[in-house]
Ligand binder design. Structure first.
Ligand code: DAH
Length: 346
């Protein structure tokens, strides 16, 4: 009877032990089968009440069972502990390994130079404004003194946009320069005006090392009473010295733009050869950087500013040209082809 109980107990205990997967479960198993309230201990206590012969046989067997339980418990404990260490090792990480490298972004060379240009003019009291890149023909050409049949329109290879309004034909385009922003500003605000307008411009152009179909310009405009060509010269000379170094010389020569009279082209003496002539300046000693002039009276009249009372100067420059000159970049297409190996250098 007792022997039967012991056999049953043993097989149940082994069964359950096989299912134990961690040390907590093992402790529960120990309490269940070897604890003070376990069946085995109760059986051992019960032995005293048995007749002597039965007591010897059952007692021996019960003690055997207890020993096996204890042995199996110790065995299981060792193997569980080993497994725990192994899995800890597997999950461990080497805190001395170097971390993953974080890639830092940086400002695009165009953004950097735009910031620099804007700061210089802001220091001189100019306000930064922006205009639309999709523009009416009126602002891009007409209001800038270039009526439909004006030959100067040929200077600007234009990307036209198909667009019909209810009012009929009102041609649209991608602005070919930032000069239309001048008109938009003068339409809205009376003089005194001092603004610069940075932004993208577009040309219908086959791209090569020196031509892009999209690039940046900065436009400038100052309108007030008594503004003269001397103001234009002083402002742009100061700008050139701040951007390219205070030892720079400036050269102003006549040029033609329909929206100014007189028109000038501004050059600085070559900062590589100092004017002696080199590859950068094409041996001339001078580098042209800005188109400018006194705002044409016709342009002022169109925006209802009386040219008898007010005068102004305007200028425009290409932005990429400056880093191209500074760093000797030999292909303008590098700017917007998004090759980080190029962009990271600045
Ligand atoms: N808009 C001209 C261009 O894209 C540059 C320019 C020349 C702007 C003379 C001006 C200016 O404001 O007065 O070639």
């Amino acid at each position: 009877m007792v022997l039967n109980q012991l056999e049953e107990l043993t097989s149940r205990a082994f069964d359950e032990l096989g299912k134990v997967t961690n040390l907590e479960e093992l402790e529960a198993w120990r309490i269940r089968y070897l604890g003070r309230k376990s069946s085995l201990i109760q059986i051992l206590r019960l032995l005293a009440t048995l007749p002597l012969e039965d007591r010897r046989v059952a007692g021996a067997r019960a003690n055997e069972v207890k020993k096996t339980f204890e042995a199996r418990l110790a065995e299981k404990k060792t193997s569980l502990e080993l497994a725990a260490t192994l899995s800890l090792q597997r999950e461990s990480l080497d805190v001395t390994l170097p971390g993953e490298r974080v890639l830092l972004g940086r400002l695009h060379p165009t953004t950097q130079i735009l910031d620099e240009i804007c700061h210089i003019f802001q220091d001189m009291g100019f306000q930064v404004v922006e205009g639309p890149e999709v523009e009416w023909e009126y602002y891009n050409f007409e209001a800038l003194n270039m009526p439909a049949d004006h030959p100067a329109r040929d200077m600007f290879a234009t990307l036209w946009i198909d667009f019909e309004t209810e009012a009929g034909d009102r041609p649209m385009l991608l602005r070919t320069h930032t000069s239309p922003v001048q008109i938009r500003v003068m339409e809205k605000s009376p003089p005194p005006i001092r603004i610069i307008a940075p932004g993208r411009v577009y040309r219908y152009e086959a791209t090569d090392a020196t031509h892009e179909w999209m690039f940046y310009q900065v436009e400038g405009l100052a309108v007030d009473r008594n503004i003269t060509l001397a103001d234009l010269k002083g402002t742009l000379f100061e700008f050139a010295r701040r951007l390219f170094g205070k030892e720079r010389k400036c050269r102003f020569r006549c040029d033609y733009f329909p929206f100014v009279e007189p028109g000038v082209e501004v050059a600085i003496d070559c900062f590589v050869c100092g004017g002696a002539g080199c590859r950068l300046c094409g041996n001339s000693g001078w580098i042209e950087i800005i188109g400018a002039g006194m705002v044409h009276p016709e342009v002022l009249r169109r925006v209802d500013i009386d040219p008898e009372v007010y005068s102004g100067f305007a200028f425009g420059m290409g932005v990429e040209r400056i880093p191209i000159l500074r760093y000797g970049i030999d292909d303008i297409r590098l700017f917007y082809s998004n090759d980080v190996r190029f962009l990271r250098q600045f």
